[in-house]
Design a protein around this ligand. Structure first.
Ligand SMILES: Nc1ncnc2c1ncn2[C@@H]1O[C@H](COP(=O)(O)OP(=O)(O)OP(=O)(O)O)[C@@H](O)[C@H]1O
Length: 319
């Protein structure tokens, strides 16, 4: 378990991390999200004792990082895959780490095998591709067989096979009861990997909740309808007090409605439907919605005006 309490980091006038408190629990993958510059890396560095907090505290299974004996056996981390002495072979890099952390030599062979680098173990790390470098960094994190693992952007630059491998690795580490904390900008990947999310913006905590709850709270769920009898269906839905939104190209949308109710209403009035589908926003849409105000660096684009029209009262009772 990782416990973060009132964690704050200032660089001069800049507050990079602002009074953050959250707990990362074992047995699940927890995703760490935030726009560029939100303070994710700074938070992770403070968790590992690499940066000193201006205020607040981090405990790794109840203890401060600098008081852990052989810390790699408690927490393993991939922060910057390029932070490897390029002149050393993969084997020697891991052996040095093992020797300085009281980890047996045999473990080096095991982790090289786990990450699929056994065949290139004697090659110098500076000749490694981005993906091989990431794998070597992950081998280092796994070396001490720690109960807690932390990965900062582990899928950066990986090909689909590598991404798939890391996803399964993180899930299996969590399934073994370990604590897995991972940051990524790849939302589709995070949606497949993490069960719980901690989201920050401009150094502050924006959300600490399950993936499903995060998406439900920060997005719009609606039912999408297409029908060749649009006017009749609008009359029927209006008559039943259902709020309908026209989204262009003849598509109708009902916020928070149930497809069963709409389908039955249409059937009772013998209205043909070509589509009746529940829609849920993606993690990416929910993330953009929540963090829109805390993005530091914006690009501006022209977006078409929302041309929605609604009829009647909202049947969900929501505004
Ligand atoms: N050593 C430093 N000196 C001054 N400012 C810093 C330092 N390190 C980070 N910052 C600032 O603190 C803020 C948080 O940076 P951090 O790298 O933690 O964000 P991040 O969420 O990891 O961003 P990204 O997703 O782009 O990696 C940024 O505004 C950054 O410019």
């Amino acid at each position: 378990m990782i416990e973060v309490e009132g964690l704050t980091k200032r660089y001069g006038d800049k507050v990079a991390v602002n009074n953050l408190s959250f707990t990362v629990r074992p047995g699940i993958v927890t995703g760490f999200l935030g726009p560029n510059g939100a303070g994710k890396s700074t938070t992770m560095r403070m968790m590992l004792g690499l940066d000193r907090p201006t205020a607040g505290d981090v405990r790794i299974d109840g203890t401060h990082y600098d008081r852990l004996k052989d810390p790699l056996t408690y927490i393993g981390a991939l922060l910057d895959a390029k932070a490897v002495h390029g002149g050393r072979s993969a084997f020697n890099h891991l052996l040095c780490l093992a020797q300085s952390n009281g980890i047996p030599r045999g473990r080096v062979h095991e982790v090289l095998d786990t990450v699929g680098l056994t065949a290139v173990a004697r090659k110098k790390a500076k000749g490694f591709s981005l993906g091989m470098g990431q794998r070597l960094g992950i081998a280092g994190a796994l070396l001490g067989d720690p109960r807690i693992l932390m990965f900062d952007e582990p899928v950066n630059g990986l090909d689909p096979e590598g991404i798939h491998w890391i996803r399964n690795l993180m899930k299996s580490l969590a399934a073994q009861g370990r604590t897995v904390f991972v940051s990524s900008h790849l939302m589709s990947e995070m949606a497949l990997t993490a069960e719980h999310l901690v989201v920050i913006g401009q150094g502050r905590l924006l959300a600490d909740t399950t993936m499903a709850d995060f998406i439900a709270r920060n997005s719009r769920s609606f039912v999408r309808i297409r029908t060749p009898q649009r006017e009749r269906l609008l009359d029927v839905l209006h008559g039943a007090g259902v709020t309908v939104v026209e989204s262009g190209s003849g598509v109708l949308e009902v916020d928070g409605g149930k497809p069963e109710t709409i389908g039955e209403l249409a059937a009772r009035h013998q209205i043909v439907l070509h589509e009746l589908s529940p829609q849920q926003a993606s993690l990416e849409e929910a993330f953009m919605q929540l963090t829109a105000e805390s993005v530091e660096y914006h690009a501006h684009s022209e977006t078409p005006r929302d041309l929605r029209r609604s009829w009647g009262e909202d049947w969900t009772g929501r505004g």
